[in-house]
Design a protein around this ligand. Structure first.
Ligand code: GLP
Length: 260
């Protein structure tokens, strides 16, 4: 895993956006796996700005979101579908029919999850999976204990995740307890992964992800098995990394031709 420590989330978001932009220029029909949450907001801002400046054309890009709350329709103000429209899709030119987000109102959730996996396969697989990390080490909504081979399915959230996300809802009681999420195995199938984590609340999860054992107790640690995964963290999120100096050294010596 490549670990890039940046002074703040701004540089990390710019870096992640440059990776996505380089992919889209090289492969106009690129398939992106996309996250929600507060972490990727800067990334979406950067891509939208590049699009506004005419630097990237996303008309042939396809997207697959990692997760969605069960019980919330696409118009619900807290649904991830709504988040994606507000923060990204309304600002770029991705064709509506190429946008995929799990349907939180699907009447038959197992069938919907299977169809979601099939749609990813039919699109040719995910070229770039962008991810955030939960403070308990979850990726997507794969909570601790998730099978490292899991595929898209229904999950029950931990109480900690419900608390972490409760500020998005009027009261904690209104926060959904169930979600549809790509599995850890689905995420590992992506050709490239870019993970971002910012702030001291993420420091323990980042250390477990990058330097802890590969374990279902910290689902993000499964990314150690991925052949091409870059983790971008700010100083606060990097605070518990034991080999931080080495990661800085590696990045400082990264050959120019390897930079996006
Ligand atoms: C949420 C999302 C994840 C996200 C993570 C971190 O619950 N399901 O996809 O990466 O938790 O959220 P945030 O970026 O707001 O810290």
């Amino acid at each position: 895993m490549e670990i890039i420590i940046t002074p703040s989330s701004v540089e990390a978001s710019e870096h992640a956006a440059r990776i996505a932009a380089a992919l889209i220029r090289a492969k106009p029909r690129a398939v992106l796996g996309l996250p929600t949450g507060s972490t990727p907001l800067g990334f979406y801002d950067q891509l939208a700005a590049m699009h506004a400046r005419g630097e990237i054309n996303l008309s042939e890009v396809a997207t697959f979101n990692v997760d969605e709350y069960v019980g919330l329709g696409p118009e619900h103000p807290r649904s991830y579908a709504r988040y994606m429209r507000e923060h990204f899709f309304s600002r770029v030119n991705i064709a509506n029919w190429r946008i995929h987000i799990p349907n939180g109102l699907a009447p038959d959730i197992p069938a919907h999850c299977e169809a979601y996996e099939a749609a990813i396969r039919e699109a040719g697989g995910i070229d770039l999976q962008v991810l955030g990390v939960g403070s308990n080490g979850h990726i997507g909504f794969n909570e601790p204990g998730s099978s490292l081979g899991s595929r898209t399915r229904l999950k029950t959230l931990t109480e900690q995740t419900i608390r972490d996300n409760a500020h998005f809802f009027e009261s904690p009681e209104q926060a959904p307890r169930h979600v549809i999420t790509m599995g850890v195995g689905t995420i590992l199938d992506a050709r490239r992964c870019v993970v971002m984590a910012f702030g001291k609340e993420k420091a323990a999860a980042v250390a477990a992800m990058a330097e802890g054992p590969v374990t279902a107790s910290a689902p993000a640690s499964a990314l150690q098995l991925h052949p091409w995964c870059s983790l971008m963290v700010d100083e606060a999120a990097a605070a518990k990394l034991k080999r931080a100096d080495y990661y800085r050294w590696v990045y400082a010596n990264k050959p120019e031709w390897q930079r996006p």
